[in-house]
Ligand binder design. Structure first.
Ligand SMILES: NC(=O)c1ccc[n+]([C@@H]2O[C@H](COP(=O)([O-])OP(=O)(O)OC[C@H]3O[C@@H](n4cnc5c(N)ncnc54)[C@H](OP(=O)(O)O)[C@@H]3O)[C@@H](O)[C@H]2O)c1
Length: 329
């Protein structure tokens, strides 16, 4: 088989760098399923990994890209056959196992999800880990009792990848959505995705009391830090917060008061090790009743060469929506 392009992350003298290299299939990490990749995507974690901003790469060198969609070339596992359209997100992809920023990936069969009916590889990667996480967060909140009649749901970091999909999905499910964003230029975009109210992150009155005026029945939070602390103080009785991110910081300064006096739940969301049974159910829903309605408007497509500038902009919080990487037809 011919040699192919891959965007590989390396470390030399403690310095992390990433560049395009030419590899052969024999250079890829082992796995039962060889995939010819057509699309990947850019998530916050991809930017942390490739720039060395977060020390999250567990083995160097590694091909970046936590998501991939493509077609099975060969499979040593009977669950998959040649020509089948598949996707992989999370697990060790792009951090401990060669990921999706390459023309081919070789992965354990246990990580592979058949592409759901009615979704093409480009759409699957427009959803990607970000959209999958938004759906997982909403499903977990609903299991915890969240319903549209309970009251408004707030989405923080709303113009980002997970935030954009969360606003779209929640509005599609009939929730009244408030979007909080640091991008004052994107309020119209967020209303178009389905937010009924958009608040500027820069002018929020957060207060300091352990319990502030109740505002939200649910909260989808990619941001963490002071934003998450404020959410705990403003949840309604029995409200549910789903946190999975840290763009504003990893620390959480709050009190137990919202938990013991208002019955507030704080759910942790992990898309990486999510069980295969739940993973498949979520992807099926993302292709049917939970299908994002504005994927096209929230997605931009780039090529390998644009990865470095995209990572830089993402880490500065400047990217709107989702970024898909086109690898090959
Ligand atoms: N646990 C998991 O399984 C999982 C899965 C997916 C993502 N995540 C995490 O979720 C977070 C978001 O991921 P993403 O791919 O959606 O990233 P993203 O596209 O960069 O979106 C993050 C958004 O957060 C907001 N933001 C940035 N810096 C901020 C700051 N200092 N204070 C407050 N808000 C800030 C910005 O939105 P506005 O300008 O609109 O405010 C930004 O667009 C990341 O921390 C990522 O690691 C975790």
């Amino acid at each position: 088989m011919r040699r192919f392009n891959a965007y590989r992350i390396s470390e030399t003298d403690g310095q992390v760098s990433a560049r395009l290299v030419e590899l052969g299939i024999e250079d890829l990490d082992p796995g039962e399923v060889l995939i010819r990749n057509s699309y990947s995507s850019v998530n916050y974690k991809d930017a942390l990994a490739a720039t060395g901003t977060g020390r999250i790469v567990r083995r160097f060198p590694v091909i970046g890209g936590i998501d991939v969609a493509g077609t099975v070339v060969t499979s040593d596992d009977t669950r998959f056959r040649e020509g089948e359209a598949v996707l992989v997100t999370g697990y060790g992809m792009g951090v401990a196992h060669d990921g999706g920023y390459a023309e081919y990936s070789r992965v354990p069969a246990d990580w592979v999800v058949p592409l759901p009916q009615g979704m093409n590889p480009a759409e699957a990667m427009a959803v990607g880990t970000a959209g999958f996480t938004a759906a997982l967060a909403i499903m977990r909140m609903e299991q915890n009792g969240l319903k549209p009649v309970n009251g408004p749901v707030v989405v923080t970091g709303a113009s980002g990848g997970v935030g954009s999909v969360a606003v779209d999905l929640l509005a599609g499910l009939g929730y009244e959505v408030t979007a909080i964003s640091g991008k004052d230029s994107q309020h119209e975009y967020l209303r178009h995705l389905g937010a009924t109210q958009v608040l500027s992150r820069h002018t929020l009155e957060m207060g300091k009391k352990p319990l502030e005026k109740t505002l939200w029945a649910g909260a989808v939070d990619p941001v963490g830090g002071e934003m998450l602390a404020w959410l705990t103080r403003t949840m309604k009785q029995d409200g549910t917060i789903a946190n999975f991110g840290l763009t504003a910081g990893v620390e959480l300064h709050t009190t137990v008061m919202p938990f013991i006096l208002r019955g507030v739940s704080l759910l942790g969301i992990d898309s990486v090790q999510c069980s295969m049974e739940l993973r498949r159910r979520i992807w099926e829903r993302l292709a049917s009743d939970m299908r994002p309605r504005h994927l096209k408007e929230m997605t931009r497509t780039i090529h390998f060469e644009q990865l470095p500038e995209t990572f830089g902009a993402l880490l500065k919080g400047m990217i709107k929506g989702r970024v898909v990487v086109k690898i090959q037809d």
